[in-house]
Design a binder for this molecule. Structure first.
Ligand SMILES: CC(C)(COP(=O)(O)OP(=O)(O)OC[C@H]1O[C@@H](n2cnc3c(N)ncnc32)[C@H](O)[C@@H]1OP(=O)(O)O)[C@@H](O)C(=O)NCCC(=O)NCCS
Length: 191
C-alpha cells in the first residue's frame, strides 16, 4: 500500500472495518474497535482513519489518529521553549491522544503520513479556528516516545507527555527535524 494513495476519513462504523484493525498494541486496537466512535459522539476526541478511497466497504484501516483539545500548565513547559507563548497559566493545545498503524503496513511511511495529517490539522485549527499554541502527544511506551522524538517532540517537565510549539509544527510539517531524545520520565503511561 502506497501512503500517497490513502485518504483520511472521519471514522464511520458502517464504512470502516474497525474490528479488523491490529497494530500490535491491543489497547490501541480495542480503542478503535470499541471506544473511538463513542468518544467522537461525545466530542471527547475525533478519530480519522487512513483508507484506500475506492476500497470496498467496510474499508480496511491502514492507520488512525485521534486528536483532542487539552490545556497544558505553562510551568510544565521548559523555560527555553516559552518565548513564543502568551504568559497565561494554561496553554491551549491539541493532543494526539492515539495514533497507530496496522502491523502489516509498518515501515511503509504510514506513521509519517499520520503525523503529517496531525500537523496540518493542528496548524489549521490553531491559525483559522480556535487558537492552540502546542501540539502534544501521549506516547504509549518508550518505543512510541522514540518514534515521536524523530519528529522533534520534547518532554514536558515531569511528564511523559511530549510537545512541539505550533511554530515548530508549521516549520516541521514538510519533513522531520531531529532533536534530542526526551528524558525518560517516571510518570504512568497514558494511552
Ligand atoms: C510507531 C508506528 C506508528 C510507526 O508507524 P510506521 O508506519 O511503521 O512508521 P513509518 O514507516 O511512517 O516511519 C516513519 C519514521 O519513523 C521511524 N520509526 C518507525 N517506527 C519507529 C519506532 N518504533 N521507533 C523509532 N522510530 C520509528 C522510521 O524509521 C521512520 O523514520 P525515517 O523516515 O527517518 O527512517 C507503528 O509502529 C505503530 O502503530 N506502532 C504501534 C502503536 C504505537 O506504538 N503508537 C504510537 C503512539 S501511542
Amino acid at each position: 500500500m502506497d501512503p500517497a494513495t490513502l485518504v483520511a476519513e472521519p471514522l464511520d462504523g458502517r464504512r470502516h472495518d474497525r474490528a479488523g484493525f491490529a497494530c500490535g498494541k491491543p489497547a490501541l486496537d480495542a480503542y478503535l474497535a470499541r471506544v473511538a466512535a463513542q468518544d467522537a459522539r461525545r466530542v471527547a476526541s475525533l478519530t480519522w482513519v487512513l483508507v484506500e478511497a475506492d476500497a470496498p466497504e467496510p474499508k480496511p484501516v491502514a492507520g488512525y489518529l485521534s486528536p483532542a483539545a487539552v490545556s497544558i500548565v505553562l510551568d510544565g513547559i521548559p523555560e527555553s521553549r516559552r518565548a513564543d507563548l502568551a504568559r497565561y497559566p494554561e496553554v491551549p493545545a491539541v493532543l494526539i491522544a492515539r495514533l497507530a498503524v496496522a502491523t502489516r503496513y509498518h515501515g511503509r511511511g504510514i506513521g509519517r503520513r499520520l503525523m503529517r495529517e496531525a500537523f496540518v490539522r493542528a496548524h489549521v485549527l490553531a491559525r483559522a479556528h480556535a487558537g492552540a499554541a502546542l501540539l502534544t502527544v501521549d506516547p504509549l511506551d518508550d518505543e512510541a516516545t522514540r518514534f515521536h522524538a524523530g519528529f522533534g517532540f520534547e518532554s514536558l517537565t515531569g511528564s511523559r507527555r511530549l510537545f512541539l510549539t505550533m511554530t515548530d509544527v508549521a516549520t516541521t510539517a514538510a519533513g522531520r527535524r531531529r532533536r534530542r531524545t526526551p528524558r525518560p520520565s517516571h510518570a504512568p503511561p497514558p494511552c
